[in-house]
Design a binder for this molecule. Sequence first.
Ligand code: SF4
Length: 110
Amino acid sequence: MKKTKLKKTRKLLLAMALVTFLLTPLYSMMSDNGFIWEIDYDGCISCNLCAELAPNFISIDGDDDPFFTNGYITGGSSFYIQFSSVEDPDLDEAYNSCPSKDAAFKKQPF
Ligand code: SF4
């Protein structure tokens, strides 16, 4: 009785391992789950263009630095995590219009 149960468990584990092995490449080919947007203050020239183009996401603080209103600031950068595979058009326009694109305004899919 115990041997039969052990055999069934082994078969089940083997089947699970096989399914995981087959699905892993498919999962890695799936589209992005979202984006991590970053304003790095080292590269930012405080032109404030991003806040003008994406006012629903970016504000200007008392030091004339932009920050993500629904994000957080850590390590000299402001971050906003977008849990959507579709880029927001305002954020994308702000990102592409930034004169310090990829030095100050950065985008990382995850
Ligand atoms: S557009 Fe770029 S350089 Fe200008 S304030 Fe925004 S992040 Fe800084």
